[in-house]
Write a protein that binds this ligand. Structure first.
Ligand code: NAD
Length: 473
C-alpha cells in the first residue's frame, strides 16, 4: 500500500490525515490519500490565485507548451499509470490503457486550440474587437468512472485559456490522478495546477469558496443541481457534465451479425459506467428476435472478472454504493417478472463488486431499468414498430446527453438524429468524442460544454474593446 500526496503550490504535501482507497476487484486497500478540508483548500486556492497573476499574462504559445509537457509526462509513464488505474477503478487493462493514452492525446490535441480576437467593426468611425480573457481560478470536481480523462479535460482547457485550477478527484479514484500530479509537478508552474483530495464534503467547500471564479464539474445530475445552487452565491461561472439515459436506435436494415458486438460494447464498456453508454437499446421489430439473440450469444463469450487478469472484458462495479444500486435495479426487474436474456440468475455475493452481464428482453417503457440511468452492466433491449414512435420514446427522458442510430441508410440516420433531443448523436458508432467538437448535454444532462473552442470559451469572459476613430477629443 502506498501513500499518495496532494499537489499544492508546486509541492507534494499531506496533512497527516488519510483516506483509504479500495480495489473494487477484491475490496483490499491499495493506497491512502490526504483527507483535506477547508485549511488545505484555502492554501490551494491562495496558491492558484497567486499563480494566476503571471499565468494569465503568459503567452498562448508558452501555455500550450506546458500542456504538451503534461501530455508527454502521461504518455511516457503510461504503463505504470494504466496498471494503477485498473487497481483503483476496476476497468480491464486494455480499457485503462485507452483512458491513459486518450488523456495524453486529448491534452496534446487541445493544446493546439486558441481563441483569436474577433473584429466586430472596423471602419472610419470605430474599431471594435472581442478578446477572450481567462475567468481566473477554476474549481474542478470529477467522478470515478474515468478519473484520469475527466481530470485532464478540466486541467488542460483551464491552462490553455490562462486560468489556474484546484482539482478534486473522486474519493473513490484519486490515486492515478495524484501520481500524475507528481509527474507534472515540475512541468507546470507552481500554483497553476493544484490537486487536493477529501471526502464528498470537500465538494461544497469548493463550490462555495469566495476566491474561486468558476466550477467545472462532471458527475451525477443530483450533485450538479447542488453545485448550481452552491455556485449561485457569488454567481460563479459553471460547466456541468451530468448523467444520461442514452438511446440507441437500430433500424431494420442494420446487419444483425455486424452490429451485435458493437451494440454490446456500447453498453458494457467500463462495466456500463459511462455517461454516454447506450442505456436503452431500441431494435426494430423485424430484426428484434435475431439481434437480441446475437447480442446474448456474444455476451456469453465475454468474461466478467478482475481487470488486471488477461482475458477480462468486464470488470467490477467501481464502488459499493453503485454496486448496490445496480443490484437493486436487477432485483426490481426480477420482482416485476421481466424476462432476462442473460444475468439475473446468479448470486453476485463474494469478494469484489461483480455484477453478471445482464440483458433484459423488452421490459416495459416505465420499468425502472428503462426510465433511470443504470450506470452498470445491465442492458434493456426494447422493441419498436415505427420511427416516429421510437423518436418519441427516445426523447421521453429528463436527460439529453447522447444517442445513436444504426442503419445502412446514413441520410435517414441523420434525419432521425436531427430529431433527437441530445447534445451528441452518432450514426453507426458510439462514444466517439473529438477534442475539437463541443460535448455537452441538453436538458438535465448538463449546462455548457467541454471540448473544442466552445469548451475553451467556458474558461473565459468576452471583453469588447472599442476605439472611436472619429472622436473629437
Ligand atoms: P457524484 O455526483 O456522486 O460525484 C462526482 C464528484 O462530485 C465527486 O468528486 C464527489 O466527491 C463530488 N461531490 C459529491 N457531492 C458533492 C457536492 N454536494 N458538491 C460538490 N461536489 C460533490 O457522481 P459519481 O457517482 O462520481 O459519477 C457518476 C455520475 O456521473 C453518473 O450520473 C454519470 O452519468 C455522471 N457522469 C457524467 C459524465 C458527462 O460527461 N456527462 C461523465 C462521467 C460521469
Amino acid at each position: 500500500m502506498t501513500d499518495y500526496k496532494n499537489l499544492i503550490d508546486g509541492e507534494m504535501v499531506d496533512n497527516g490525515e488519510w483516506l483509504e482507497v479500495l480495489n473494487p476487484a477484491n475490496e483490499q486497500v491499495v493506497g491512502r490519500v490526504p483527507a483535506c478540508g477547508k485549511d488545505e483548500l484555502d492554501r490551494a486556492v491562495a496558491a492558484a490565485r497567486r499563480a494566476f497573476k503571471e499565468w494569465k499574462k503568459t503567452s498562448a504559445e508558452k501555455r500550450q507548451k506546458v500542456v504538451q509537457g503534461i501530455a508527454a509526462a502521461i504518455k511516457e509513464n503510461a504503463d505504470e499509470l494504466y496498471r494503477l488505474l485498473t487497481t483503483e477503478q476496476g476497468k480491464p487493462h486494455a480499457q485503462a490503457q485507452q483512458e491513459i493514452y486518450g488523456a495524453a492525446g486529448l491534452a496534446a490535441a487541445q493544446s493546439t486550440l486558441t481563441l483569436d480576437d474577433v473584429v466586430n467593426q472596423d471602419d472610419d468611425t470605430r474599431l471594435s474587437r472581442t478578446r477572450r480573457v481567462p475567468v481566473g481560478v477554476v474549481g474542478g470536481i470529477v467522478p470515478w468512472n474515468f478519473p484520469v480523462m475527466m481530470a485532464i479535460q478540466k486541467i488542460v482547457p483551464a491552462l490553455v485559456a490562462g486560468c489556474t485550477i484546484v482539482l478534486k478527484p473522486s474519493p473513490f479514484t484519486p490515486l492515478t490522478t495524484l501520481r500524475i500530479a507528481e509527474l507534472i509537478k515540475d512541468v507546470v508552474p507552481a500554483g497553476t495546477v493544484n490537486i487536493i483530495t477529501g471526502e464528498d464534503s470537500l465538494g461544497p467547500m469548493i463550490t462555495e469558496h469566495p476566491d474561486i471564479d468558476k466550477i467545472t464539474f462532471t458527475g451525477s445530475t443530483a450533485t450538479g443541481k447542488k453545485i448550481m445552487e452552491g455556485a449561485s452565491g457569488d454567481l460563479k461561472r459553471i460547466t456541468l457534465e451530468l448523467g444520461g439515459n442514452d438511446a440507441s436506435i437500430v433500424l431494420p436494415d442494420a446487419d444483425v451479425e455486424k452490429v451485435a458486438e458493437q451494440l454490446f460494447w456500447s453498453s458494457f464498456s467500463n462495466a456500463g459506467q459511462v455517461c454516454i453508454a447506450a442505456k436503452r437499446v431500441y431494435i426494430h421489430k423485424d430484426i428484434y428476435d435475431d439481434l437480441s439473440k446475437a447480442i446474448a450469444e456474444y455476451a456469453k463469450t465475454v468474461v466478467v472478472g478482475d481487470g488486471s487478469q488477461q482475458g477480462t472484458g468486464v470488470g467490477p462495479i467501481q464502488n459499493k454504493k453503485q454496486y448496490e444500486r445496480v443490484l437493486e435495479l436487477i432485483q426490481d426487474a426480477k420482482d416485476n417478472g421481466y424476462k432476462f436474456l442473460t444475468g439475473g440468475d446468479k448470486d453476485p455475493s463474494g469478494t469484489g463488486y461483480y455484477v453478471p452481464i445482464t440483458i433484459l428482453d423488452n421490459p416495459p417503457e416505465d420499468a425502472r431499468i428503462v426510465a433511470e440511468e443504470q450506470f452498470g452492466p445491465v442492458m434493456p433491449l426494447l422493441k419498436f414498430d415505427s420511427v416516429d414512435e421510437v423518436i418519441e420514446r427516445a426523447n421521453n427522458s429528463e436527460y439529453g446527453l447522447a444517442g445513436a442510430v444504426w442503419t445502412k441508410d446514413t441520410d435517414r440516420g441523420v434525419e432521425i438524429a436531427e430529431q433527437l433531443e441530445t447534445g451528441t448523436v452518432w450514426i453507426n458508432e458510439f462514444m466517439h468524442l473529438s477534442p475539437f467538437a463541443p460535448f455537452g448535454g441538453h436538458k438535465q444532462s448538463g449546462f455548457g460544454a467541454e471540448y473544442g473552442l466552445d469548451g475553451l470559451k467556458e474558461f473565459t469572459y468576452p471583453q469588447v474593446i472599442t476605439v472611436k476613430r472619429d472622436a473629437a477629443v
